[in-house]
Design a binder for this molecule. Structure first.
Ligand code: MG
Length: 501
C-alpha cells in the first residue's frame, strides 16, 4: 500500500471508529445491559451514528464539571488498601488515592444509614431535616416518612443547572412514591430502596441467616425509576449491576454535565458477591465483597478516562458509616479507631474518603484536615457554580480550596449526633463526649457532667480521657455545643411515622 493510500485508509479507519465505536458502546451500555443481547443487536444504531460528534471529549470546556459520588454501605475506616488493610486487595482505590487526595479525618453526618444519607444529599445534619430518631434509627419497609420536600438535595440543585442526574443503588430516604429519587431531583434510579437485610421472610433472625445468606431470605425489591422490576433482588449480582448502570448512564450523558450518586448496597450484611469474586480475596467473604466494590470503582474511573472526561469529572469515594462490628467477620474493621457503626466513637463516624479530579485535586496526597459528607453538598454546588441556599442552615463547607492545595483546612469542628441528641463535639484535635453509649447491646446512654475529653491527634483510639488536665478546652467545647444547640430548630420527625399494618 502506497503512503497516500495508507493515509487515506488510516483516516477512514479512524473516522469509522470515531463514528461507530461510541455508538456501539452506547448501545451496549444503554440497551445491552437492560435487554437480552439479541434485542440490543436489533436496535437501529444508524440515527445515533449520524448525530454522534466526531471527536471526544464532546463536553464544552466552559461547562461545569461532572460529579460522581460513590458511597459504600457500612465500610469501615480500615477496610481498604489506602487505609492499611493487610489482606484486602483494592488496586483501583489504591490508584484513585495515588491520583487524588485521601482524607485521614473525614466524617459522616450520622453513624447509621438513613440519617447519614440525608446529611450527604442535603448538606445538613439530619436533626435539622427530621431524618434521625432516638429509637427507630433508620427507615424500615413499614415506615411512612421520608426526606421532606422542603429539603434541597444536590441532585435538585444540579438538575436545575442542566445536569443529568442518576441515583443508583441504596436509597433509604423513603420508599413510598412521594419520597423516591425521582421526587428529589434524580432523572433516573435503579436500586434497592432500603437496606438489603430488610423484608426478612425466612422466619429466622438476620443474625441467624447472615452467614448462610441466600437472596430469597430477603424479599427486597429492585426499582427502576418508580417501578419494581425484580423481587426478591438477586443480590449476588447487585454490586456488578450497580456499576454497569452507572457506566451506562455516564456513557449516555457524556455530552452534558452529569451527577451520578452510586450508593452500593454492600458491604452491609447479608454479604453477596458475583461468581467472579466468590472466594477471590484472602479476607473471606467480606474481603470478596470489598474487592468487588473496588472493581466497581475501577469500572467507573476507567470509563471516565476512556471518554476523556477525567479532567472534567470530580469523583468522591466514601462510606455511610463505620463497620457493623456485631457481625463478626462479616462486619468490617475501623482499624485503630474505637467502636463502629451506630456509635459516636470515631469508628462509627470516621470513614475512608478519597477525592479524585485529575488536574484539579492534589495528587498523591493524604490530608489530616477535617471534612464531612455534608461538605460534598457545598463542594458540588461550588463546582457547578451555584450559590448555597440562604434560607436555611447548611452544615457543609466547600472542600475545593483544601483539595486544590489553596488552603490547609476548611473546617475546625465536627458535631456528632446520635438520633436527635448531640453526643460529642470535635474542635481541632480535641473531642469531648457529653454522652457515651455503646453501639449496640441496649445499654442506656451515660451523660457526663464533665465530658470525656480525648486528643485525637495523640490518641486516635480514644483511650485516655484528659478532661481533668484540660478544663479550659472542656469549657470552650461546652460553649461551642451550647451555641450549636441554639441553631437546631424543632422539626417534624420522619422516622417515627409507621404505616398501618
Ligand atoms: Mg450503613
Amino acid at each position: 500500500m502506497r503512503a497516500p493510500t495508507l493515509r487515506i485508509f488510516s483516516r477512514f479507519a479512524l473516522r469509522f471508529f470515531s463514528l461507530f465505536t461510541p455508538c456501539v458502546f452506547s448501545v451496549f451500555a444503554l440497551c445491552g445491559l437492560l435487554l437480552p443481547l439479541q434485542e440490543a443487536a436489533a436496535q437501529d444504531a444508524a440515527p445515533a451514528a449520524e448525530t454522534a460528534p466526531e471527536t471526544a471529549p464532546r463536553q464544552n470546556q466552559a461547562q461545569a464539571p461532572n460529579i460522581v459520588i460513590i458511597f459504600a454501605d457500612d465500610m469501615g475506616y480500615g477496610d481498604i488498601g489506602p487505609y492499611g488493610h493487610p489482606t484486602i486487595s483494592t488496586p483501583h482505590l489504591d490508584r484513585m488515592a495515588q491520583e487524588g487526595t485521601r482524607f485521614t479525618q473525614f466524617y459522616v453526618g450520622a453513624s447509621v444509614c438513613t440519617p447519614s444519607r440525608a446529611a450527604l444529599l442535603t448538606g445538613r445534619l439530619p436533626v435539622r431535616s427530621g431524618m434521625s430518631h432516638d429509637r427507630r434509627r433508620v427507615l424500615f419497609p413499614n415506615s411512612g416518612g421520608g426526606l421532606p420536600h422542603s429539603e434541597i438535595t444536590i441532585a435538585e440543585e444540579l438538575k436545575e443547572q442542566g445536569y443529568a442526574t442518576a441515583a443508583i443503588g441504596k436509597w433509604h430516604l423513603g420508599h413510598l412514591p412521594e419520597y423516591l429519587p425521582s421526587q428529589h431531583g434524580f432523572d433516573y434510579y435503579f436500586g434497592i430502596p432500603y437496606s438489603n437485610d430488610m423484608d426478612n421472610v425466612s422466619g429466622r433472625s438476620n443474625r441467624e441467616i447472615a452467614f448462610e445468606a441466600k437472596p430469597e431470605y430477603w424479599n427486597v425489591p429492585i426499582l427502576r425509576n418508580d417501578e419494581v422490576v425484580e423481587r426478591p433482588a438477586d443480590q449476588h449480582t447487585i454490586t456488578k449491576r450497580y456499576a454497569e448502570e452507572a457506566v451506562g448512564f455516564i456513557r449516555e450523558h457524556r455530552d452534558e454535565p452529569f451527577f451520578v450518586y452510586l450508593a452500593h448496597s454492600m458491604p452491609h450484611i447479608p454479604l453477596f458477591v458475583s461468581d467472579d469474586f466468590d472466594g477471590r480475596s484472602r479476607a473471606g467473604r467480606y474481603g470478596d465483597v470489598i474487592e468487588e466494590i473496588d472493581w466497581s470503582v475501577g469500572r467507573v474511573l476507567d470509563t471516565i478516562r476512556e471518554l476523556d472526561l477525567e479532567e472534567r469529572t470530580f469523583v468522591f469515594f466514601t462510606s455511610d458509616n463505620g463497620p457493623w462490628l456485631i457481625y463478626d467477620t462479616h462486619g468490617g474493621t475501623a482499624g485503630l479507631l474505637r467502636e463502629g457503626k451506630g456509635s459516636t466513637w470515631e469508628g462509627g463516624m470516621r470513614v475512608p474518603a478519597i477525592a479524585w479530579y485529575p488536574g484539579t485535586v492534589t495528587p498523591n496526597n493524604a490530608t489530616a484536615a477535617l471534612g464531612t459528607t455534608m461538605d460534598l453538598f457545598s463542594t458540588a454546588l461550588s463546582l457547578a457554580g451555584v450559590p448555597l441556599p440562604d434560607d436555611r442552615v447548611i452544615d457543609g463547607v466547600n472542600l475545593m480550596p483544601l483539595l486544590s492545595g489553596e488552603r490547609e483546612s476548611v473546617r475546625d469542628e465536627v458535631f456528632y449526633h446520635r438520633g436527635t441528641r448531640l453526643y460529642a463535639v470535635r474542635k481541632g484535635p480535641w473531642k469531648a463526649h457529653f454522652i457515651t453509649q455503646s453501639a449496640y447491646g441496649g445499654e442506656d446512654p451515660v451523660t457526663h457532667d464533665v465530658p470525656e475529653l480525648y486528643h485525637l491527634d495523640h490518641d486516635p483510639s480514644e483511650r485516655f480521657d484528659v478532661a481533668a488536665e484540660n478544663p479550659e478546652v472542656v469549657a470552650e467545647i461546652r460553649n461551642l455545643a451550647d451555641a450549636h444547640a441554639r441553631t437546631i430548630e424543632p422539626v417534624a420527625n420522619q422516622l417515627e411515622l409507621v404505616l398501618e399494618e
